[in-house]
Design a protein around this ligand. Structure first.
Ligand code: MN
Ligand code: MN
Length: 473
């Protein structure tokens, strides 16, 4: 309303202001703009350095150590304010800031996952065909296979050789290094392929990575291109073909994360599900000094394939970590540990589907999350009739909402698409199984699980704020 004009709101307008919920973009809060844009700069660097779960662990430890966290084994006794971390098998990290209250009063935890959809190499990946060396892959997690063809790819991982020595492999990241690629059929000859269903157009067995084309110079040997590749690998890493069998080599996009949009509103990059929540929860715990309840940050592996295994959230390693903390505080009993879990609360920090106007028909507008409107809370996950998911109680959601509002954390609530459209789960219910109050709370993503996922810088910043106030509560 222009100044100087006397305008009295009607009763209906006043009532509407009071009773109706109105969506708002975080960008309208101009005072936050600088902090929002700054926050994403280091996040983009993190994405580029942490393209696999193992690399994410290395980067997480750098961030934690810079903030004063030390390995749990370096403490004889723990007291309030101490900052500790524990690495589980190089793929899973737990970090904590010890609180003033006994741990049996409960913990305030935030849990994200650091594995992302990708292509793993098969145990016998390398073969030669028509003068080309190729690598067989086995996809990991839910991917749209066609998205992985004709983009530059890199390999990361480890190879454990016959003598037990482990070498780290990285190909395709440096400017002077070659990248790898999966080919696709030219449109001129793709009539048959184009008539197939999208999910059948490229099959798992067609995701073969182009790995070489120069033959080894010796007329007497067969598979000369393959041999030349093996000799390069042997010179560079000391490995032989058989060493692929005891390796974990992951094919990921080679391109770098970047700001997206002329105004730089978004971050585009690989692996934002769920490294966006991993990074923000790490930054959030780094700023906690002496909380009331012990603050815990979990970075889990294997979420994209169901959270199983001893580095996934289904395992009892989390319980073990808590027991170890309690032991170092002189508080451990079996019952105290159970109380710690039963009185605990957790944000399952995982991404949510953002509303994409181009694919509006998959979402229900009133219960979708929108980019730039805050951290997304999902009361429940699962599919169909809510099966296979966690459902947070009204009481817990009420307390989280109150906390966020008090601390001016912009938040929104939504479901993952239309009721019958599909669905998904997170680590939430594994923690709820152990007695914690858990709710999903993360960043909205466009093109989720694609090689280049999109998030809003405003939401990234809000996720960090949300995790910080929750752990500090
Ligand atoms: Mn996820
Ligand atoms: Mn996912």
């Amino acid at each position: 309303m222009a100044k100087g004009i006397n305008y009295e709101k009607t009763e209906g307008e006043r009532l509407s202001d009071e009773l109706t919920f109105k969506r708002e973009s975080i960008w309208e809060r101009k005072e936050l703009k600088k902090d929002i844009l700054n926050f994403s700069k280091d996040y983009i660097k993190f994405l580029n350095a942490a393209k696999t779960e193992r690399l994410a662990v290395i980067e997480a430890v750098k961030i934690l150590e810079k903030a004063g966290f030390k390995p749990l084994s370096e403490y004889k006794k723990l007291k309030a304010g101490d900052k500790v971390y524990y690495i589980n098998r190089e793929k899973n990290v737990f970090a904590a800031v010890i609180g003033k209250k006994p741990m049996s009063d409960g913990i305030n935890a935030v849990g994200a996952h650091i594995d992302s959809p990708r292509l793993d190499l098969k145990p016998n990946p390398l073969y030669e065909a028509e003068g080309m060396a190729l690598l067989k892959t086995h996809y990991y997690g839910g991917i749209k296979k066609y998205q992985w063809t004709t983009i530059p790819l890199a390999i990361h991982g480890v190879v454990v050789k016959n003598d037990g020595k482990k070498v780290a492999i990285s190909i395709g990241e440096e400017d002077d290094e070659p990248v790898l690629c999966i080919t696709d059929l030219l449109p001129h000859l793709a009539r048959e392929q184009a008539d197939k269903k999208l999910r059948e157009a490229i099959t798992g067995e067609e995701l073969n990575v182009l790995f070489g084309g120069i033959p080894y110079e010796d007329k007497k040997v067969k598979d000369k291109v393959k041999l030349n590749i093996l000799s390069i690998l042997n010179k560079k890493y000391g490995m032989k073909e058989r060493d692929f069998t005891s390796a974990e080599l992951e094919i990921v996009p080679a391109f770098k994360a970047n700001s997206v949009g002329l105004d730089g509103a978004f971050v585009g990059g690989y692996g934002q599900d769920d490294r966006v929540c991993a990074y923000t929860s790490l930054k959030a715990i780094c700023e906690i000094t002496k909380p009331t309840h012990t603050a815990v940050c979990v970075l889990a592996d294997k979420e994209e394939v169901g959270s199983m295994g001893n580095t996934g959230m289904e395992s009892r390693m989390f319980e073990f970590f808590l027991a170890d903390l309690m032991e170092a505080k002189g508080e451990y009993t079996e019952l105290a540990l159970k109380k710690c879990l039963a009185n605990g609360k957790m944000l399952s920090a995982d991404v949510d589907a953002g509303f994409d106007p181009t694919y509006a028909s998959a979402m229900e507008r009133n219960n979708a999350c929108y980019l730039g409107e805050g951290v997304c809370v999902a009361k429940y996950s699962g599919h169909g009739g809510k099966s296979g998911g966690n459902d947070a109680s009204a009481e817990f959601l009420g307390s989280v909402r109150k906390l966020f509002d008090k601390n001016e954390v912009a938040w929104q609530i939504g479901e993952l698409g239309k009721v019958d459209q599909g669905g998904g789960g997170t680590i939430a219910y594994y923690l709820a199984d152990q007695g914690l109050d858990v709710i999903d709370c993360g960043v909205a993503v466009l093109s989720m699980h694609a090689p280049f996922e999109i998030t809003s810088k405003a939401d990234i910043y809000m996720a960090y704020r949300a995790y910080n106030v929750f752990m500090n509560d």
